[in-house]
Ligand binder design. Structure first.
Ligand SMILES: Nc1nc2c(c(=O)[nH]1)N[C@H]1C(S)=C(S)[C@@H](COP(=O)(O)O)O[C@H]1N2
Ligand SMILES: [Mo]
Length: 367
């Protein structure tokens, strides 16, 4: 039987219902990746989470310009075509908003009907392509006195962040590609800063200006926002690195296990410090732990899949996952995180997420 003829651009199977793939929209300024429906580590570009502080600008790539100035020998304007003349780099890396997981932390066990998407959908993984920032900084002759640079976006929010120069010499890129195609407008088309492993906010989209300096600029986004209030009236600033985190994506709300027997507990783990080296699973609320298997590829600063077979005896159980990264850092419990950061902390919520499996097979968030 003859099937459908090819189309210039493919589409999803009609059996993959929109409710399954569509992103839950939070009031206007963000959308969430449906983590529980994804396979492998790549997030399809149209399911990448979005977070915009001033909407999505529409930028003509022919008119795009990136100015690099300040403590440099040769202030330079780069067009998009100029950026593409440098040797490109492509890497699979996660991007996570540092506010991710905040509602679960703040609900203190009151909200049980959250799916992984509801709870942690502000994280996604893409293959990002772009020019290493160090090549651009060498090109303009960055002065040795420069220790920070300002990154500025051209959206209505004029997002600005101060970034230590060390990140530029390490692995920062100016990205123009995502999963093999140009960036989506939602991800910063035609070019964004991309800082692997660092809080999403610092990866400034619709990038128009980089200014090198010998001090941070103390912008609104690093003083009134993106600082973590701590117990005792202090606050930590420039908390860029995303700490190791894991979350179970199955079984989770709203799934229901249809009977006792062998089930595969699955999830994803990631860390801004490099590689995930271990994920442990507890099926008894944290009393005992066993190693999960890490599924290839296990890449640095990238979502990694883990899995563990569980023989469910049909009694109520509490499932947890706990990640360790290559620096030896271990994902904390909610109590440990609370002790370190208090109730009013607003960013970097990497506490262990527990799930309660009821005797009837229904699963609820138990955090
Ligand atoms: N110019 C600009 N850059 C921005 C933002 C923004 O609103 N404007 N949002 C930041 C925040 S808070 C996050 S979490 C990430 C989200 O990137 P995404 O929308 O591609 O997922 O972009 C960051 N870069
Ligand atoms: Mo964010």
């Amino acid at each position: 039987m003859q099937g459908r003829v090819p189309s210039p651009v493919g589409e999803r199977s009609v059996f993959e219902t929109p409710e399954r793939v569509v992103r839950r929209l939070e009031p206007s300024s963000s959308s969430l990746t449906p983590l529980q429906y994804l396979q492998g580590v790549v997030t399809p570009a149209d399911l990448h989470f979005e977070r915009h502080h001033g909407g999505i600008p529409n930028i003509d790539p022919e008119r795009y310009e990136l100015l690099i100035h300040g403590m440099v020998e040769r202030p330079t304007v780069f067009r998009l075509a100029d950026l593409k003349r440098f040797p490109a780099e492509s890497r699979l890396r996660f991007l996570e908003c540092s506010g991710n997981g905040g509602s679960a932390y703040q609900s203190q066990g009151r909200r049980v009907d959250m799916s992984p998407q509801d709870m942690d959908g502000l994280t996604s993984t893409s293959e990002w392509t772009g020019v290493p920032l160090k090549l651009l900084f060498r090109e303009v002759g960055a002065l040795p006195e420069a220790t920070w640079f300002l990154a500025e976006g051209m959206d209505a929010a004029v997002m600005t962040r101060s970034i230590p120069m060390d990140k530029a010499w390490d692995d920062a890129i100016v990205a123009y590609g995502q999963n093999g195609e140009p960036l989506r407008p939602e991800q910063g088309y035609p070019a964004r800063l991309f800082l692997p492993g660092w809080e999403g906010n610092s990866s400034v989209k619709w990038l128009r200006r980089l200014e090198l300096s010998d001090r941070p600029f103390m912008t609104r986004e690093e003083t009134s926002k993106y600082t973590d209030p701590l117990p005792g009236g202090k606050a930590r600033m420039f908390s860029f690195t995303m700490d190791a985190k894991s979350l179970i994506t199955f079984p989770t709300f709203p799934e229901r296990l249809d009977g006792p027997g062998w089930w595969e507990i699955r999830g994803i783990a990631w860390t801004g410090r490099g590689r995930i080296t271990r994920v442990e699973i507890s099926t008894d609320g944290g009393t005992s732990w066993e190693d999960a298997e890490l599924q290839e590829p296990v890449l640095p600063k990238c979502h990694v899949r883990f899995r563990k077979l569980w023989n469910w005896n049909g009694r109520a159980a509490t499932l947890m996952s706990r990640a360790t990264d290559e620096t030896g850092y271990v994902q904390p419990t909610r109590e440990e995180l609370h002790r370190a950061r208090g109730s009013y902390t607003r960013y970097h919520f990497n506490q262990i997420r527990p799930w309660r499996v009821e005797r009837d097979g229904r699963v609820f968030f138990a955090g």
